[in-house]
Design a protein around this ligand. Structure first.
Ligand code: GLC
Length: 751
């Protein structure tokens, strides 16, 4: 550890072999011994992953596997096909090296959990780990041994379709949850039955795609990469993730797939990552499309030099690496290192000892335990954004009839969300199903879809919907996005409720009935136009197979919502990017300095506004802040204190407060700790999440919430790209969102 005067330089743990299993050294030795026996052609074979179309196996694939020219297959569906291909690799090829069987198991396999952004709203690492464990158990039962998850791209732009797959906008929350997912997929020992290799993706900075348009350019300073985008990947590696996937994106002019700073300097040299690095789908061949290379031979060389161990889907390695080695452009010894990275994962998975899958040895798909886990995850993902007049929970005695309206009330496919290759809509229980099942004859339900799809502009269903609303004591509007409007390659420039949904809300609101909006979507939507038209808003994301029962339990008060936003909800898209951990700027807006566009007098002079950072027509605050979420309890924070006003560098300290449920119902609160480093070598965010914990309290009950930190958790990367903790003044908040008001100050002093 190098102590620089006035700062403590924190070092990152260097890993010789990934913690993918208990016997990392043994796997490393076996891998080296095997590489020594391989021909160049077999080595290049291990570096090639071949995609299998849903309905056909490429004609030459079986022969290539038998010849030892394939290291992995992607999208082989069905345990019989997987075992057949494994048999060709193990029994037919010269060295009998088993295949990695890759599949996107992003938020469930047959039992679909909420989309990762929804799971992140639980702020519950244990819940997230359990979801990944179930997903791995189901995927492993059909022969999958490698998933391309968790995705941990920090996402501050809800226009970007892939925000659905992310764990939100915050490095700390994303780090905690990414590590939990890795542990869920991989278990304590990758060789154990029911575990699969995880893959941290997309390395790195993909979430900064300009304009939120997928695959677009990213320009991110090194300092921002190190302080914002890289930490979740480091957390996944510290959790033992077996692999990483390169991002498609062009990072500051050098696409990640060929970016030696990312893939060599940071990932291998600084972090000591010894796992498998795979390209994204054809991202090596796309280096030519980016304009970084003139042909696929140059693409293969650029990616190999960056240390991409395995090529997904495209064939530049297969077509050109042998020639590149022969011409001396890359040494075979460099390939040996890359092949060893691949083989270590195969040894860690126990594939050489147990290459085949017997479904009978695994739990049944979508069994009751798995469905219960999915329901519990959906329950904790639900975020109650507003609840005027305590319209929720619905009192089944008060409300004798309900209008259930909207295209997402009974949408078994869409509630699953994006990336559900193996999900089954027939297993989905929709909100309408669940409400009918739960309420039975006690409450009359008038259902009207109102719109054919979330995008529909055809209002011919409005009359039926309004008639249903008129007959009801309360109205439940299930609106949002079809699943196809989110996910990869599905970015939107206008992130309001699509189609005629806003008009539907307006028409229903005019009836004056207690109205609840339940949003099923794959991204934060801009609800600024409709937020005042409804009494309550429950954000359900795309909640998965068991979304219906979870939503019904919360609506009917059988469970209190406890979700908190993992991402900021803007008033309108023009505010994007808008996120809580922003810099202060030299002219931060305040309520006093903000002037609304409608309040500007005619012929107002240029200097009539406060010359601070806001939009005349949107202000400077979000509609709902990161960390926000209501429950059926009411929580009050008081008496914050720091264990010591002056804290010595290198020591630990506590920040705590009292939390009381001053409401009338038992509920869970996610108490959050934020800090601010007031003066530093580079400007620091106005708030940074540094801790959270779930606290269940009965009415009137008080708990002391305590967060213990070491000063190293105040570290950041400075101008010289060194991770440092500097002495100086800090502020700390504890509360129920990033807008927490209860604050204390402390000072870190030199060692
Ligand atoms: C996709 C995605 C990546 C996914 C891979 C395999 O294009 O970018 O996240 O894992 O291809 O399907």
């Amino acid at each position: 550890m190098v102590h620089t005067v006035g700062e403590v330089v924190t070092t990152t743990a260097v890993q010789s072999v990934p913690g993918v299993s208990s016997d990392g050294a043994g796997h490393a030795r076996r891998a080296l011994e095997l590489v020594a026996r391989m021909t160049l052609g077999e080595k290049i074979g291990q570096m090639s992953q071949v995609n299998i179309g849903a309905d056909h196996v490429p004609a030459d694939l079986r022969g290539a596997i038998a010849a030892g020219r394939v290291g992995s297959v992607l999208n082989a569906v069905g345990v019989d096909l997987v075992n057949e291909l494994q048999c060709l690799a193990v029994e037919e090829s010269r060295l009998g090296i088993p295949l990695l069987i890759g599949r996107d198991v992003i938020h469930g396999f047959k039992t679909v959990f909420p989309i990762p952004l929804g799971q992140a709203a639980s702020w519950n690492p244990e819940r997230v780990r359990e979801g990944a464990r179930v997903a791995a158990a189901e995927a492993a039962s059909v022969g999958v041994n490698w998933t391309f998850a968790p995705m941990m791209d920090i996402s501050r732009d809800p226009r970007w379709g892939r925000i659905a797959e992310s764990l939100g906008e915050d490095p700390y929350l994303s780090s905690r949850l990414a590590a939990a997912m890795v542990r869920g997929f991989q278990g304590d020992n990758l060789a154990a039955r029911g575990t699969i290799a995880a893959c941290a993706k997309h390395f790195a900075g993909y979430g900064a795609s300009e304009a939120g348009r997928d695959y677009n350019t990213t320009n991110v300073s090194e300092n921002e990469m190190r302080n914002v985008y890289l930490p979740p990947f480091k957390a996944a590696i510290d959790a033992g993730v077996a692999s990483l996937m390169a991002s498609f994106s062009d990072l500051d002019g050098v696409p990640a797939t060929a970016n030696e700073w990312l893939m060599k300097r940071v990932l291998r040299d600084e972090w000591g990552f010894a796992g498998l690095l795979v390209s994204d789908w054809e991202s090596i061949s796309e280096l030519m499309v980016h304009g970084l290379t003139a042909n696929h031979r140059q693409s293969a060389l650029a990616a190999a030099r960056a240390g991409i161990d395995m090529e997904m889907a495209s064939t530049t390695y297969r077509d050109h690496l042998e020639g590149l080695v022969g011409d001396g452009h890359i040494a075979e010894a460099e390939l040996d290192v890359m092949v060893a990275n691949i083989l270590r994962v195969k040894f860690a998975l126990g594939l050489f000892e147990r290459p085949y899958t017997d479904a009978a040895e695994h739990a049944a798909l979508a069994n009751p335990d798995h469905l219960r886990a999915a329901k519990d995850a959906a329950l904790e993902s639900l975020v109650l954004l507003k609840n005027d007049d305590q319209v929720l929970p619905l009192d089944a005695h008060r409300a004798r009839s309900l209008a259930v309206i909207g295209p997402l009330a009974d949408a078994p496919f869409d509630q699953l969300g994006t990336w559900v290759f193996d999900g089954d809509p027939k297993l989905s229980i929709t909100p309408l199903d669940a409400l009918r099942e739960t309420l039975g004859e006690a409450v009359t339900i008038h259902f009207a879809g109102a719109l054919a799809t979330s995008r529909s502009r055809d209002r011919q269903g409005f009359d039926e919907a309004l008639a249903a609303a008129r007959r009801a004591d309360a109205v439940l509007l299930f609106l949002g996005e079809e699943s196809v409007l989110s996910g990869e390659a599905h970015s939107r420039a206008d992130i309001r409720l699509p189609g005629a949904q806003e008009a539907l809300i307006e028409a229903v609101a005019a009836l004056g009935k207690p109205t609840v909006l339940i949003v099923l979507a794959g991204r934060p939507l801009a609800l600024g136009n409709v937020v005042d038209d409804v009494a309550s808003i429950l954000y359900a994301w795309h909640p998965g197979t068991m979304g219906g029962p979870a939503i019904a339990e919360v609506l009917l008060g059988r469970a209190s919502p406890s979700g908190k936003l993992p991402v900021t909800l803007p008033r309108q898209v023009g505010q994007v990017p808008i996120y809580y951990n922003h810099k202060n700027t030299g002219r931060p807006a305040t309520p006093e300095s903000f002037v609304h566009i409608d309040d500007l007098p005619a012929s107002a002079p240029q200097l009539s506004t406060g010359n601070t950072s806001f939009h005349l027509d949107a202000g400077y605050t979000p509609l709902f802040a990161f960390g926000h979420g209501l429950g059926y309890g009411e929580f009050s924070y008081q008496r914050i204190r720091v264990s010591d006003r002056r804290i010595t560098l290198g020591s630990s300290f506590a920040i705590e407060a009292e939390l009381t449920n001053v409401g009338i119902r038992e509920a869970v609160e996610v108490a959050q700790l934020y800090i601010r480093d007031l003066v530093a070598d580079v400007t620091r965010p106005v708030r940074e999440l540094k801790g959270f914990q779930r606290v269940r309290l009965k009415p009137g009950e008080t708990a002391r919430v305590s967060f213990r930190l070491g000063t190293e958790e105040l570290a950041f990367y400075n101008r010289r790209m060194r991770s440092v903790v500097e002495p100086g003044r800090f502020q700390a908040w504890i509360g129920g969102s990033s807008e927490a008001a209860l604050m204390a100050e402390f000072e870190v002093v030199g060692g």
